[in-house]
Write a protein that binds this ligand. Structure first.
Ligand SMILES: [Zn+2]
Length: 84
């Protein structure tokens, strides 16, 4: 799967997750975001995890996303796309 396709890539979703929750995504990005989640168990789990962070803290900022966890996730995404 190429990052240049119209479909949202896992990595892009991870980048956009804070914007998704604070409502700053454009309508088309929001639609692509939701469409991606429907077809991707990994991102469903990631978004659910972020939702729990928001429920616990009342907000989500870039600083709330553990950079190490985020890096590990992006590593995992790279592995998945290479496996395809
Ligand atoms: Zn995904």
């Amino acid at each position: 799967m190429s990052l240049l396709t119209r479909d949202m890539a896992c990595q892009e979703l991870v980048e956009l997750v804070t914007a998704y929750f604070d409502g700053s995504l454009s309508r088309s990005d929001r639609r692509r975001f939701r469409a991606h989640i429907r077809g991707c168990d990994h991102c469903t789990a990631y978004v659910e995890q972020m939702r729990q962070v928001i429920e616990a803290s009342g907000r989500l900022t870039e600083e709330d996303v553990d950079p190490r966890a985020r890096e590990e996730l992006l590593e995992a995404f790279r592995g998945w796309s290479e496996a395809r």
